[in-house]
Design a protein around this ligand. Structure first.
Ligand code: S3P
Length: 188
């Protein structure tokens, strides 16, 4: 079944959250379920530079990456309703938050710290975790960002014990377009 109009206001669905929250996979699932175009900010930035995110961090530094993230968001203003997957640091710039708020329902994929870190460290290339103590770094970043995610999110889903498909379903349920099969999928 496809869900062509996920909300009446025609707003895009933006996925925010920490590294390891499952934003990309859940985004793909929402894309399949809604038929909406999928846009991934990291992919757009990487394509614009013609290289990978880790390479951008190494070659140009984090500041340049952050500017490119904002530029990618700016270019998406005025586009029709979409599923937008963001990088974990999208909440760090005020302009990003303003752009996202202006045209989107903001969905925060959260989870318990252990689970998020375990998932995030499955991929070895995450630039911000290339430190002596990635676990500690992760913890510090998460502590700093949780209030930012909480502040802008319209919807929060705890992904800790859910599959990507269940998370996508929970989001659509919360958006009010489909009926829950299991009420337990919805976080309070
Ligand atoms: C970042 C998260 C990454 C990517 C970049 C910076 C962050 O995306 O945008 O490495 O600041 O948390 P994911 O959240 O998809 O890992």
């Amino acid at each position: 079944m496809r869900y062509c109009a996920v909300n009446r206001a025609g707003k895009s669905i933006v996925l925010i959250g920490m590294m390891g929250a499952g934003k990309s996979c859940v985004g793909r699932s929402l894309h399949r379920r809604t038929g909406l175009v999928l846009r991934d900010i990291d992919e757009i930035v990487a394509a614009n530079f013609g290289t990978s995110i880790p390479e951008i961090f190494v070659e140009h530094g984090e500041k340049t990456f952050r500017k490119a993230e904002t530029e990618a968001l700016r270019c998406m203003r005025g586009e029709e309703q979409r599923i937008i997957v963001t990088g974990g640091g999208i909440v760090l710039r005020k302009e990003n938050v303003e752009i996202l708020r202006s045209h989107s329902v903001i969905v925060w994929l959260d989870g318990d710290e252990q689970t998020l870190f375990a998932r995030a460290s499955r991929k070895q290339h995450r630039p911000l975790l290339q430190t002596e103590n990635p676990r500690k770094t992760f913890s510090q970043i998460l502590a700093a960002r949780r209030p930012l995610y909480a502040n802008i999110a319209d919807i929060r889903v705890d992904t800790s014990v859910l599959t990507d498909e269940e998370v996508a379903m929970a989001i659509l349920v919360k958006l009010g377009r489909i009926r829950p099969k299991r009420r337990s999928l919805i976080s309070p």
